[in-house]
Design a protein around this ligand. Structure first.
Ligand code: FES
Length: 108
């Protein structure tokens, strides 16, 4: 799952650390990170599998347009990881399968 990240963080001594989980594994994040940014910073690039072929997908546009970053957050499916800010203890899981018709993505 995690691999060497292609993303590096700028130093920010004022940033408060936040811990979330992805598939049960702890992921270090910073207050103000989107879920997608936190995952990418830790080398987690796959957040869902396509419903037809099962091909891996991950955050791409980082601005709520492509829907490639869909994840389950605290039991709520079809959340856009790039549009939700991390919160201490947040439980994130990858999405598998089709998005339910009419499902809202939510935008915290
Ligand atoms: S990365 Fe494109 S919608 Fe989230």
């Amino acid at each position: 799952m995690p691999s060497a990240s292609k993303f590096s963080r700028l130093p920010d001594a004022a940033a408060r650390p936040v811990t979330i989980t992805f598939e049960g594994a702890e992921v270090a994040a910073r207050e103000g990170d989107s879920v997608a940014a936190a995952l990418l910073a830790q080398g987690i690039t796959t957040t869902r599998a396509t419903p037809v072929s099962g091909a891996p997908r991950g955050p791409f546009c980082m601005m709520g347009v492509c829907f490639e970053c869909l994840v389950e957050i605290d039991g709520e499916a079809n959340r856009q990881a790039c549009m939700v800010a991390v919160r201490e203890g947040m439980a994130v899981r990858p999405m598998h399968g089709a998005r339910a018709p009419g499902a809202e993505s939510g935008d915290d």
